[in-house]
Write a protein that binds this ligand. Structure first.
Ligand code: COS
Length: 391
């Protein structure tokens, strides 16, 4: 349910002030120390940012997707590492439970996730199964009323601090495809779970990923997301979660692009060459105009897709379009931001080069650009066939 407009306005004002006064001044420090300070995480918890997308009945803010993307635009105005802290609890770490979880699973996990007490991580990717998620090899072998999980998950966001893993594993050993995969809710302190070393990444320092290794981890059959009747339906849950996740990432891309445009414009108006501000040169203006037009287009795509989802429509195609366009767009915007800043954009001081590295990930996680293309084209063909069959 949408928030009262005044209450929502206040939330946006608070987030905007938090980003400006608390997060931006700490960007360089977070990158240098590869750590978001505990004090900032505590403030995020107080503001309710871990539970934006979680229903009010379980302690969250229950924002509509249209509202949530407005917050994503604002959070994109600073280093993506900050948003990553709260990203999984609002997205891939909790949405499976919200969409398909049983009442018992919701009341057990969602309140702690909404408060930020428990961090959720999404364990889909494996060393040999990235884009082809349906080929994953982790297994969940039935043993009486339990399942025993074995396998390695890779690049798992927030795993080092997670209290809950949504683990995708094959419950049907005879299947090699998406069918036969189930999702399990596994407490992080279960015996048999170990973490790999934290990955050293190109950017987004402060946001952590690592391997999660499951070695004979025993869970009851009630740990299947959605309950025992959902055995074999895990892959479809993953896809539904990713549809939504892809849109919020597109929203963050728009926010980062808008930040880089504001910084580039300010720099271009201040920096003098050949006797005048470089913003007065048409070749610089062309870059600024392209940046603005592209980010505006992505903003419109994100807002329209969120509206469709809030109205109850499927958004698999639109979310893939928005994620593909917005993540590619912010890559181009970051490149132009470096160009406009010239030498100042290439050295670390202004932080532009950091954003240039940070945004590279957007084209990869929650589905590469190529996977989005595949999803879009496949859905187009399917819809055309259906329309043909109906004619
Ligand atoms: N919503 C609901 N159901 C969906 C769906 C969606 N968006 N997309 C697919 N499904 C369903 C299909 O309908 C199918 O169900 P049925 O067998 O009952 O018809 C099932 O899921 C399998 O779908 P499909 O045959 O399309 O699966 P593929 O193995 O061909 O894989 C892609 C499809 C490539 C789209 C999928 O593997 C994917 O998204 N890969 C990228 C994974 C990713 O984003 N990883 C990032 C790491 S997670 S942060």
């Amino acid at each position: 349910m949408a928030l009262d407009p005044d209450v929502f306005r206040q939330l946006l004002d608070t987030v905007e002030r938090f980003v400006r006064e608390k997060l931006r001044p700490n960007e360089a420090l977070v990158s240098q120390n590869d750590q978001v300070p505990a004090e900032i995480i505590a403030q995020m918890r107080e503001l309710g940012l871990f539970g934006m997308a979680i229903p009010e009945a379980y302690g969250g803010l229950e924002l509509t997707l249209s509202e949530e993307v407005q917050v994503s635009f604002l959070l994109g105005g600073t280093s993506p590492a900050f948003r990553s802290m709260i990203g999984t609890n609002n997205g891939i770490g909790s949405q499976g439970i919200i969409i398909d979880g049983t009442e018992e699973q919701k009341s057990r996990y969602l309140p702690e996730m909404a408060s930020g007490e428990r961090v959720g991580s999404f364990c889909l990717t494996e060393p040999e199964a990235g884009s082809d998620a349906g080929s994953l090899r982790s297994s969940a072998r039935r043993d009486g009323d339990d399942f025993v999980i074995n396998g390695t998950k890779r690049f798992i966001t927030n795993a080092p601090v997670a209290g809950l893993f949504t683990v995708f594993a094959r419950t049907d050993p005879d299947s090699k495809t998406a069918a036969g995969i189930s999702a399990f809710l596994v407490d992080a302190d279960r015996p048999g779970i170990t973490l790999g070393r934290t990955d050293k990444k190109m950017g987004q320092q402060g946001a952590h990923t690592c391997d999660v290794i499951f070695d004979n981890v025993r869970v009851p059959k009630t740990a299947i997301l959605g309950g025992p009747d959902y055995e074999g339906k895990g892959f479809v849950t993953a896809m539904k979660v990713l549809d939504r996740g892809r849109l919020t990432i597109a929203g963050v891309c728009v926010g980062v692009a808008e930040r880089l445009i504001a910084d580039s414009l300010a720099y271009a108006m201040e920096r003098h060459q050949f006797g005048k501000p470089i913003a007065e040169f048409q070749l610089v203006q062309a870059m600024l105009a392209d940046m603005k037009a592209e980010s505006f287009a992505a903003r419109c795509m994100v807002e329209e897709t969120a509206r469709r989802r809030d109205a109850g429509h499927g958004i698999a195609t639109e979310a893939a379009c928005a994620k593909m366009f917005a993540s590619e767009m912010v890559g181009r915007v970051a490149d132009k931001a470096v160009q406009i800043h010239g030498g100042a954009g290439y050295v670390a001081d202004a932080g532009i080069e950091r954003f240039y590295r940070d945004v590279r990930l957007f084209r990869i996680y929650e589905g590469t650009t190529q996977i989005q293309q595949l999803v879009i084209a496949r859905n187009m063909i399917r819809d055309a066939r259906r329309a043909g069959a109906a004619a």
